[in-house]
Design a protein around this ligand. Structure first.
Ligand SMILES: [Zn+2]
Length: 136
């Protein structure tokens, strides 16, 4: 039997909307009501000014690969042993923030800096979907 897939363990109040949006196929970015800064991943406070007044903006769902690496050896969790090789990438959104994610639906060696990508959501458990990206 294969090991259980590791799931996001944070269901904190400050990121509940992010995960609910992802489950609905929407990529949400935090936006500070005080200074306008935008951020991902979700945090309890604004990285720019420290305000706790954070709202949500729905991202278009496109971006570009800013940086990437290919994971060839699973070390952290046994579930990943069947996943290698896979790509971990930082994707920059036109809305401003970048997020760490995975690029799917293409060979790992095809991923390059500046590659246009779009979000796709993979449902991994009841009510939990992961925002991944694929070439566009
Ligand atoms: Zn702020």
């Amino acid at each position: 039997m294969s090991p259980d897939r590791p799931l996001p363990d944070s269901r904190a109040e400050y990121d509940e909307a992010f995960w609910r949006g992802a489950a609905e196929g929407r990529l949400l970015v935090q936006e500070c009501a005080d200074c306008g800064a935008r951020q991902l991943h979700p945090r309890p406070g604004c990285r720019s000014c420290g305000s706790g007044e954070l709202g949500w903006l729905e991202a278009e769902g496109v971006g570009e690969v800013y940086a990437h690496t290919v994971i060839r050896r699973a070390t952290e969790h046994p579930w990943f042993a069947d996943e290698v090789p896979y790509v971990v990438a930082m994707v920059e959104l036109p809305e401003g923030p970048s997020l760490w994610t995975t690029v799917v639906d293409c060979p790992p060696e095809a991923v390059e800096i500046g590659m246009p990508v779009e979000v796709t959501f993979e449902a991994v458990a009841e009510g939990i979907a992961l925002p991944l990206f694929r070439p566009r």
